[in-house]
Design a protein. Structure first.
Length: 600
């Protein structure tokens, strides 16, 4: 980039810089080539500077053959060490976003600090896993850019505070920085008394005097290599250490990044398989799983202690399960599904039932992690399988755990699952809150529908009341909206629904599903839209192709109607329970979350 700028200066001068533009520049202007000198000659304002530099970092529509800059081997090596949890803070003096791009390619969404406001309002560094600090600003924010000698002479107070903390408390790995043109940063590092960790400098030759003096003060170590070669070798060494040290510290953010890299499809994701198996094994071998005190006199304290032990292992394993369910395929699904089934298959012990059932907490959290991820990704066959083969199969104990512990509203001991898993989906899988809420809502609704259909609709004894309802739907399939059929037919239809519900009730537990007000009928808001899609697509609808309703439109719509009817009754009950006094009813807005009305 610097040589390209020199050639532009030469073009303005009407000169030919030849094969050594930097030599021409020094002879023409009597000074070495520097960014500040070049930018001073080519741009008068920070906005001009931004426009000048932007074309190096972004595609050019006028020149489609010119490729924008991409992360180098050094960028990717640093990103891999961030993903491994060995580097947490990256200081860059460049205006580009190549470091952020490399981190995102590695599955890491970094916190980026580039402006005065960013520096002043930054969260504590120790509480963050991946931070990129643009010491000289970034090109999309021209007012943040520092490049001239005057601008580099001093920094804003917020940035100075952060840099002093980093210099004092963290080890420094320096690459591609001469220290010659940056007096403010040089002074901050030089003035640090009693730094906690040493300084390493990667440079192909002996550093210049300015950097050599910093190394002397920091007891620095010189590593003779280019940035690409040196950092790549270092990243490979870190990976080798991690492979031989399964107990190396891993955060949920790092686990997501590692799982994404393993699932890119280049090779079989053996490392992810091993990480999952180790995680499930650690959970199964916890004393809280193998030997809970079911005869304790302090039930509350025992359960809280068990949950605390589980919660030390669950964040990372939940992140791995959710990422594998979201980005994986049929070949990777058994790696974690079998682990959940094994966790749930425990031997019941005499004593306090709630203590014994608390052992199911991990399997429920992990089941929801995989299930909601499958729905969010649109992996409908996996979602259906998780309900019909894992949740409600005769051999499974996960559903019992769901009844006792996993209500999305929470139990008196465990937090609501929707709240518990929000950071994983909203931040680490980058769904955002609205998409996460929508995925959870659809997942819960489909769980109710698939559970009802799988448990009851296939029962021969249940057929006497179920089959007439299915036939009613078959007769009205051409109707665009079932509510538009004549009143007499609707009354007969409701009688069929009531008969089915009397024979096999639907149990709701305050699910995180939005209710819509359809003429004082508070039904799941998403069901009308879903019903219209099924009407229009018929057998081509992806839910039917995945196995919902046995692949039959009438079966699926009948199961949805049963769930909607039960939901309506439950919503009305919750509204009455939420009333401030007996005989006074709260009329909610047109839409409300069912679990937000429930009182503790």
């Amino acid at each position: 980039m610097q040589l390209s700028l020199v050639r532009e200066v030469a073009s303005i001068e009407g000169a030919d810089p030849g094969d050594e533009p930097d030599t021409w520049y020094e002879q023409r202007f009597g000074e070495p080539v520097t960014y500040d000198g070049l930018l001073g000659r080519l741009s008068a304002t920070v906005a001009d500077r931004q426009g000048l530099l932007r074309r190096f970092f972004e595609p050019d529509r006028d020149d489609p053959e010119r490729e924008p800059l991409t992360p180098s081997a050094a960028h990717r090596a640093v990103a891999s060490m961030v993903a491994a949890g060995r580097i947490r803070i990256v200081l860059t003096l460049n205006f580009d976003h190549l470091m952020e791009a490399a981190l995102r390619d590695a599955g890491i969404e970094p916190t980026v600090l580039a402006t005065c406001d960013d520096f002043e309002n930054a969260r504590p560094l120790h509480a963050q896993d991946a931070v990129v600090i643009h010491v000289h600003g970034e090109y999309l924010n021209p007012s943040s850019m520092r490049n001239t000698a005057e601008e580099l002479a001093g920094y804003d107070s917020g940035l100075v505070r952060l840099l002093r903390q980093i210099s004092a408390e963290y080890g420094l790995l320096v690459s591609g920085w001469s220290a010659r043109w940056d007096p403010a940063l040089r002074e901050i590092i030089a003035s640090t008394e009693h730094p906690y960790l040493p300084m390493y400098v990667i440079d192909p030759s002996l550093p210049n005097p300015a950097l050599t003096e910093l190394m002397r003060r920091r007891q620095g170590i010189h590593l003779a290599a280019t940035a690409d070669a040196g950092l790549t070798r270092m990243a490979e060494g870190v990976a080798a250490i991690s492979d031989t040290d399964p107990a190396a510290p891993v955060t949920a953010r790092v686990a997501v990044g590692a799982a994404k890299r393993a699932l890119r499809g280049d090779t079989v994701a053996m490392s992810l398989h091993d990480d999952l198996r180790r995680g499930f094994t650690r959970l199964r071998e916890l004393p809280a799983m193998t030997n809970p005190d079911t005869n304790t006199r302090d039930m509350h304290g025992t359960i809280q202690s068990m949950l605390a032990a589980f919660d030390r292992e669950l964040p990372v394993l939940s992140a791995q399960v959710a990422t594998t369910a979201y980005w994986g395929d049929e070949s990777t699904d058994p790696w974690w599904i079998s682990g959940i089934q094994e966790l749930a298959d425990y031997e019941f012990r005499a004593g306090l039932t709630e203590v014994s059932h608390t052992r199911l907490h991990p399997s429920v959290v992990l089941w929801y992690s995989g299930y909601v991820a499958a729905v969010a990704r649109g992996r409908w066959s996996l979602a259906y399988r998780l309900v019909t083969e894992v949740l409600v199969s005769p051999e499974s104990k996960v559903e019992r755990a769901g009844i006792t512990l996993a209500s999305p509203h929470g139990s008196r001991f465990a937090a609501p699952l929707h709240q518990l898993l929000a950071p994983l989906f909203v931040e680490l899988l980058a769904l955002g809150q609205p998409s996460y809420d929508s995925a959870w809502e659809l997942a819960e609704y489909l769980r109710l529908v698939a559970t009802y259909d799988a448990v009851h609709a296939t029962s021969v004894a249940f057929g006497d009341v179920w089959n007439p309802l299915v036939v009613a739907y078959q007769q009205h399939l051409p109707t665009a909206d079932f509510t538009q059929i004549p009143a007499e037919a609707r009354a007969a239809h409701q009688a069929l629904v009531d008969a089915v519900r009397n024979a096999a009730p639907v149990w709701l537990r305050g699910e995180h599903i939005r209710a819509g007000d359809y003429g004082a009928r508070y039904r799941p808001r998403l069901s009308n839209r879903l019903r219209r899609d099924i009407w229009s697509q018929q057998g081509a609808h992806p839910l039917l192709q995945a196995g919902y309703g046995g692949g039959h439109v009438s079966h699926l719509l009948a199961a949805m109607e049963i769930v909607d009817s039960a939901f309506e009754e439950h919503a009305n009950l919750e509204i009455r329970r939420a009333a401030p006094s007996e005989g006074v009813y709260l009329m909610p807005n047109a839409s409300f979350w069912l679990d937000e009305l429930r009182r503790d």
